[in-house]
Structures are given as C-alpha cells and as structure tokens.
Design a protein around this ligand. Structure first.
Ligand code: PBG
Length: 323
C-alpha cells in the first residue's frame, strides 16, 4: 500500500467539504439567554465585568427579549433584582415580585417566547445565601418551602420551565409536588443538578447583586474535584422528577457533561457562566484572542461534549453569526 493510505486532510481541504462532514452543529434554538431584571423604567445599566449585558427594567427587558426572539434564540432565563431584600427572601415568592411581573409582561408582549426562570433565594436574601440561614448554615428543609412557593408563583405568572439552582437536597421533589397540587403538572423542571461551587460565578454576583455577605456556598454547591458525585446528583434529581438536568459551569466541566450524556437519556443543559463569558471578552478586548472564533469554539465544545441546550451570555451574538 502506498504511504500514507489514509489522508485525513482530504476531508479538511475546503470549507464545503469541512461543512459536509462536520459532526457538531450549533443552532440558535439550542441557546438560552440569561437576563437580569430590575425595578424602574427605562433602566439599561451595563454590568461592568460583562460587556453587552445589562440590568434591565421590565420595559427594557421586553425589548431585549424581542431582539433575542427575532434572532431565533431558544429562550431566556430570568434573574431578578428585587426592590428590597430580607432574611426570608420574600421577594422570591411574591406574586408581585420583580420576576413575576416581568413574566406577565413578556407573556403579554411576546407570547411565543420561551421563558425559563431561575428558582433561587440568593438574589432575595439580605445575607446573599440561597436559603434560610440558621446557626451559620443554610437550613435545607425550611428552604424547600420557599423554593416550591417561588416555582409556583413563576408558573402562575406564565413561566414555561422552572429551573432550581439552589442545590438544596430534595428541592426537585418539593417543587414537583407543589406544582402538581396546583394544576401545573405540565410545567417541566430543569434542575441545576450538578452545580459546582465555582469561582467563575464572580461577574454574575455583581450582575445579580447576590454575593454572600459571609462565608461561601461550599456547604451546598458541589466540590469541583468530584465527578462521581455529579452522577449521583443527576440520578437523584431525575428520580425526584426532573425533566431536564444541567451541568454548571460548562467549559471547566466538559468531562461531567460527557459522562452525563453517556449515562442519562434526559435532555442535558450546560451553563456557560458569567466568568467563562467574561474571560473570553476580556482576552478579546486585549487583542489576545478573536472574540467570534473563541465564542463559537467554546459553544461548539460544550455541544460536542453532549449538551443539548446551552445557557450562554453569547446567545444573541452567536445566533447572529449563525445567521
Ligand atoms: C443563583 C445562581 C448563580 C448563578 C446562576 N444562578 C450564582 C451562584 O450560585 O452564586 C451563576 C450564573 C453565572 O455565573 O453566570 N444561585
């Protein structure tokens, strides 16, 4: 046989051949755009560490969502900045809370928009932790009531999917029971099943004003060193009734996405978090990497690892490039 018999470069010679044999394809319908909604009117306050991302009042949020929807972005996930915070996170499950009002406005203005809500308490507690603090720790079972009430209030306002991100044990079951008992058995739960205690959430905590005022979240979010534990978390959430599961962050945890894809048949989402976004933006702004190529490569790698759905601050920019 003449050497070399196999020449893999043949299939890389032109863009038309490369496109033909491409294994992973991105599509805007796989993206979910995270958005931050705040009180007021006409507010569009840029988040300094996240260029192109804003704290938006409801009127501005509607415009932002209309833009994303027109680009074919799969949906949005909402985070709220309440008027005031307290020990009980009351803004989280208030039927007239910021997210609940935003959902109603979006439902009215853009009926076809897919609305996912983040179900958590950290944006609503005065101390910034994800639940009821007792003896310097987050009380798991007491927090479940708040989460179930929040999810129900989101569903009542018109959310399509609720996504608990708090990492309390048993929250999927608690939310499922409450939704079902109130005739929302058709609302799916996207559980942040494998959510790590990550430094890459830094810019988000500025955006959502949700940094814990003492301690950290390592008592409830996962240890970055653990992979098997992630499979156990996913298994438990599916058993409790999660319809889709999430791995978060995305790029530093591609092995987790890949293993989850191998083991589970439920749809898998991955969250390319604020720090992942900000790193690419910062390097691009310094002229160290090409923004568009780095963006598409990062999204492709997350899809290639096995994510069906990608939550990403690049949703609009990537959708624009995909045309
Ligand atoms: C709420 C929540 C966080 C993120 C999503 N939901 C912050 C945290 O857990 O501290 C992070 C998202 C991002 O960094 O983009 N618990």
């Amino acid at each position: 046989m003449p050497f070399p018999a196999q020449r893999p470069r043949r299939l890389r010679r032109t863009e038309s051949i490369r496109r033909l044999v491409r294994e992973t394809r991105l599509h805007p319908s796989r993206f979910i755009l995270p958005l931050f909604v705040c009180p007021g009117e006409g507010v569009r306050r840029e988040i300094s560490a996240m260029p192109g991302n804003y704290q938006l009042s409801i009127d501005e949020l509607v415009k932002e969502c209309a833009g994303a929807h027109a680009l074919g972005v799969g949906g949005v996930i909402l985070f709220g900045l309440p008027e005031s915070k307290d020990e009980q996170a009351s803004g989280a499950y208030d039927d007239n809370g910021i997210v609940q009002r935003a959902i109603r406005a979006l439902r009215r203005e853009i009926p076809q928009l897919l609305i996912v809500t983040d179900v958590c308490n950290c944006e609503y507690t005065s101390h910034g932790h994800c639940g009821l603090v007792k003896d310097n720790d987050v009380d798991n079972d007491a927090t479940l009531q708040w989460l179930a009430k929040s999810a129900l209030s989101h569903a009542k306002a018109g959310a399509d999917i609720v996504a608990p991100s708090d990492m309390m044990d048993g929250r999927v079951a608690a939310i499922r029971q409450t939704l079902d008992a109130n005739h929302f058995e058709h609302i799916p739960i996207l559980s942040y099943a494998a959510k790590y205690a990550s430094s890459f959430y830094g810019p988000f905590r500025e955006a959502a004003e949700s940094a814990p005022q003492f301690g950290d979240r390592r008592g409830y979010q996962m240890d970055p060193a653990n992979a098997r534990e992630a499979m156990r978390e996913i298994e438990l959430d599916l058993a409790e009734g999660a319809d889709m599961i999430m791995v978060k962050p995305a790029m530093p945890y591609l092995d987790i996405i890949c293993e989850a894809r191998r083991r589970f048949d439920a749809p898998i989402a991955a969250y390319q978090v604020s720090g992942e976004f900000s790193m690419i933006m910062a390097a691009a702004r310094n002229g160290w990497i090409e923004q568009d190529r780095a963006m598409m490569e990062s999204l492709t790698s997350i899809a290639r690892a096995g994510a069906d759905v990608i939550l990403t601050y690049f949703a609009k920019a990537a959708a624009r490039l995909l045309g």
